[in-house]
Structure formats: C-alpha cells, structure tokens
Design a protein around this ligand. Structure first.
Ligand code: GLY
Length: 570
C-alpha cells in the first residue's frame, strides 16, 4: 500500500515537473488538463487551430515576444505531435503571411514527387489505375516539405528556433492526454498503421486506446531534437533521413536520400484581387485554392448576392454554377507552375470570367461532362491555423498529410507519419483521386514535380487594414469552404462563428452533385432539385479557423464547431 502511495506521489511529482517544462514554467500549457475554447474576442493576439494545446502553444510563444510567424512555427510543430491525423513533419503545405509593414509572404512547402516517380507508377500491368497504391503505404508518399517550410518561415520570426520547437519536443516526450475522439480515431487506425508500417510505433503501443490515456512519442521527440540541434539538416540528412530511407526500402517506397537533400521550400508571388471593396490575398499554384477562390468570387461579384438572401435558392444556385465552372478549369489548367504553364492571369481575368458565366441560366442546372468520377472514400484530413499578433502581422497556414494519418506509414525509429500526397496528382487522366477530383496533363506525375493542391490559406484587407485570416482542411472542398466564410461575412454580414459554422454546400464540376451538410435549408434543396440539381448529404465539410478584425481592432476568433478546434490568445 505504502509503495502504491509513494508511486502515486512520485508520478504526481514527475508529471508536475514535466508539465512545467511544456512551454516553460508557469504551466501555461497543461497537456494533462485542457479545455476547448470555440470563440473569443481578444484585444491583441489570437491563434485558431485544430487542437487546443497547439493553439495555446502559439499564444504562449506570442506572450513571450514572438510574432505571428514564430507562433505559426511553434503551432505547426505542436500539431505534428498532438494532432497526428493531419499535423505533421512528414507532409507539406502553404504559408501565407502579411507583415504589418504590408509585405506579403507566400511559402510553398508542398511535397514533391520523388526522382524515381513516373506517370505509370500507379498503373498495373493492364494499365488500370491502382488508387490503393497512391493512397496507402510507402509508395503513396511524396518528399516531405514541412520542415523546409518551417525554416523558410524562420527569417520572419523573432525568437530562436530552439524556443519554438521545445513545446513540441516536450509534448512528444512527456505526452498529452487523449480525448475520446482521439482515442477512437487511433483505434480505427491501429490496424492500418500495422499494415502500412514496417516497425511498431507509439500509435501501435497499445491494442486499444482510451479517453484520458497519455500518448508519449519518444521516437518523434528524438527526431524533433535532431531538428532543434541541426536545423533542416536534422530532418533532410543524417539519422532522420537514414531512418526514412530505410523505412522506404523495407516497405517498397521510392523516396531516396537525394530526394530529401534536394528538397527546397519555395517563395511564391501571392495572388491578390479585389472583391466588393475587399483586398483578397490567396495562394497561387501549385495550389489551386487561390485561383478557384478568385474565379468564383469574380463570377459572383456581378450579382447582388446579399439581395438574394443567405442560402436562398438564388444565392446557392449562383454559387454552385460559379463553382462548377472554376473546378472545370482546375481539372484542365492547374498544376505545378514549374512544370506546366498555368494561365493564372487569363483564368482570373474579368473578361474571361464574365464569358464563363454567359451560359448560366436562372432556374436550370448546367450539366457537367459525364466523366466517371469517384466517391469520397476517406476522410479529408488537412489542417489549418490562423494567427494575428499584437503587431498586426497575419499568418494563415494550411498543412496536410492528405488523407487521415496520410499513408499510415510511420517511419520506423523516427516516429512521424508520412503523407499520401502522391494521390493528389492525376494518376491517370480521368481517374478520380480520393476527393473525386480528376485531372490531366497539367497535374500528371513527373519526377520532382509538386502535386496540385486545393489548400487555400487566405488573408483579407478592408480599407487597407487587416480584416480576416481564414482557411480550412477538406480536400477539394477547401476553396468552397473559404469562399463561404468570405461571402457569409462580406455579403451576408454574419459574425465570425456563424460565417464558418452554418451548414455548407459544395460543387466541384465532377461528380455533378451538390454536397450538403445536415441542416442545409430543405426549401432551398427542394427548389434546386426541381431545377435539375442532385444533392448528396456528407459528413462535416471542412473545419474552418477564422479571425475577423473588427473596426475597433478587436480580434473575433472562431474555431470550427465540427471538431475539437480551439482558440487561444490574449
Ligand atoms: N491534400 C489536399 C490538398 O492539398 O488539397
């Protein structure tokens, strides 16, 4: 008995001292006891992300003098630990920032196809596309870009990298408690982790996870320490790279040492356009997000959306038809601009977009070409964080492993999950990827090419001042979720939380259906059905994180109600 009590006290003491180490003294972030905060109005700084602990880490970094870029680095690293379903160091993404001096920063850390990748790599001997290979296991993985992205962000940050990564190291080393959803999600995936990895990992350490269990990730902590001590080289060369390549060899993957050492994040020129007096800043190719968003907004601008009414049949029909046209262009024209001439200026030109809507008919559904497209077979797991700091810097980052837990391959001995981003290429013309999107030459697989994305981190200015930071996961639904946040706020004057939480709808040209969430207005659905539209009920579309800056400078931050997303700030 005495032994048991002594052990209990010993554990309490250990855990208190460990907690104190997470983001320093003062127990600012307590990984064993935390709660969610869905909406907050804050005077100075806000972080909204998919996990309360990650948001708290970002806010704490800003309290210590870091800016929004510091917070973006620390929050992403924390997400890689506490939100392994999508947070990552084995994936990629896009960061869009606007500094308080007006400079725009667009960092592309999208994965690349390995040097050994080819157009035929997912075709079987009969030429049939095998999406099982592009979606699961070692062959599904592109060369990870996240760590390079973090170091490309560092010049805009203020604090030393060691301080920004330490909270993630502590969370991995000493653990954090699992929520019911997290435990359930691991239990669903344990079988796949075993199937698609060649070594045991922290996730397979138990046969069943329960609410309140502590997830400790020692291998991941050691990988993060190597990154802390050696910078990007701690990931792209040396032991971590060796472990990744060994995992590839054991599992039949093709990411090699040279792929890793050659990987570079790229600076891009952000897309900038106006919408009803607002200045929108979006991400350019290789994401399709900014182009699609710009095209749809420009098509809508000619119409008095507000007069039609929020989710009225007129408003929904118009938006659906604009979406249909933008996604048809995505399939044909968008890809990695370093490999394919993407006609961005033409796609966004007012003249072209006016012509694009010329065949739109009120009261009648247009018809998308009848190319067979796939269903949504897997949950669409990407993750987004929105940040505003006390200096007025804004940062939006969307990052992904692609599907939930990516390829489900955990790098043996290194503890991180690899993406299954190769599926975002068009693996064969006309064959749908896991989001039902099709493509052709523009997005065909080529060595070292970046696969087309839909991620859409977005910044908005009003009267030249910061107005909104927004973004979401959701595969091909990402641009239309961001679109709805924008029109809900700008046209329909909804507050931050309402702008993201109302049931959403989505159309992507093919498949020719309107996806809706539960709670979408019945009357509007029936009216559109009578015009020839087909509807499909879907689970939650996206998990949008938004910060709207009011005229008084206050930050109205809202975390999507659909998940355990959470706001932190001060
Ligand atoms: N993997 C989802 C996207 O990049 O769009």
């Amino acid at each position: 008995m005495f032994k048991k009590i002594a052990l209990f006290f010993c554990l309490v003491l250990v855990s208190v001292s460990l907690v104190a180490q997470v983001v320093g003294a003062g127990r600012a972030v307590d990984p064993y006891r935390y709660s969610l905060s869905k909406t907050e109005t804050l005077p100075s700084a806000a972080v909204v992300s998919a996990h309360a602990l990650a948001s708290q880490v970002g806010a704490e970094i800003m309290k210590r003098g870091g800016n929004a870029f510091d917070a973006a680095i620390a929050t992403q690293l924390a997400l890689a630990v506490v939100y392994p379903v999508a947070g990552n160091i084995g994936g990629g993404g896009f960061l869009l920032g606007r500094k308080s001096d007006g400079k725009t920063v667009a960092i592309d850390f999208r994965e690349t196809a390995p040097a050994k990748a080819s157009r035929t790599m997912y075709l079987d001997k009969d030429g049939k596309a095998q999406t099982a290979w592009s979606q699961n296991g070692h062959l599904a993985s592109g060369v990870p870009g996240t760590v390079a992205g973090l170091f490309a962000t560092l010049p805009y940050a203020k604090l030393p990298f060691k301080e920004l990564i330490q909270p993630a190291i502590d969370l991995a080393e000493f653990g954090f408690v699992l929520s019911e959803n997290e435990a359930r999600s691991f239990n669903w995936t344990i079988g796949n982790f075993k199937k698609y990895s060649t070594r045991a990992s922290a996730f397979t350490g138990r046969t069943e996870w329960h609410t309140g269990d502590t997830l400790i990730q020692k291998d991941l902590a050691n990988t993060l320490k190597r990154i802390r001590d050696r910078g990007a080289k701690g990931f792209y060369s040396g032991r971590t790279a060796g472990l990744l390549v060994a995992e590839m060899k054991r599992g039949g993957g093709i990411v090699g040492k040279k792929d890793l050492s050659a990987y570079r994040a790229k600076s891009r020129e952000a897309l900038e356009f106006s919408y009803r007096g607002h200045h929108i800043i979006g991400f350019p190719p290789p994401s399709s997000g900014g182009v699609i968003l710009g095209q749809i907004l420009k098509m809508l601008e000619a119409y008095p959306l507000e007069q039609y009414g929020f989710q009225s049949p007129e408003a929904v029909q118009l938006i659906v038809e604009a979406e249909r046209r933008a996604y048809a262009d995505r399939a044909e024209h968008l890809g990695d601009p370093d490999f394919w001439k993407v006609p961005v200026a033409q796609l966004l030109s007012s003249k072209y977009l006016k012509k694009r809507m010329a065949d739109f008919e009120w009261g009648k559904a247009s018809v998308s070409a009848s190319i067979k497209a796939g269903d949504f077979r897997e949950s669409d797991q990407t993750t987004h964080l929105s940040i505003v700091d006390p200096e007025g810097n804004m940062v939006a980052v969307t990052t992904t492993l692609n599907g939930a837990y990516g390829s489900k391959t955990v790098v043996g001995g290194a503890g991180f999950i690899l993406n299954n981003e190769m599926d975002d290429f068009s693996i064969k013309p006309g064959v749908a990827n896991m989001y039902g999107a099709i493509g052709g030459d523009a997005n065909a697989i080529e060595a070292n090419k970046r696969m087309l994305s839909s991620m859409c981190p977005t910044l908005v200015l009003k009267n030249g001042k910061p107005y909104m930071v927004v973004g979401t996961p959701g595969g091909t639904t990402i641009p239309t979720s961001v679109l709805q946040a924008l029109v809900n706020s700008i046209d329909f004057k909804l507050d931050a939380a309402s702008a993201i939480n109302y049931p959403k709808f989505h159309h992507q040209w093919l498949p020719d259906v309107v996806d809706i969430e539960t709670g979408f207005p019945e009357e509007t659905r029936k009216k559109l059905e009578s015009m020839g539209y087909t509807f499909r009920l879907r689970d939650g579309i996206g998990r949008t994180e938004i910060i709207v800056i009011g005229p008084d400078g206050k930050l109205h931050a809202a975390a999507d109600k659909r998940g355990e997303d959470s706001v932190a700030g001060f």
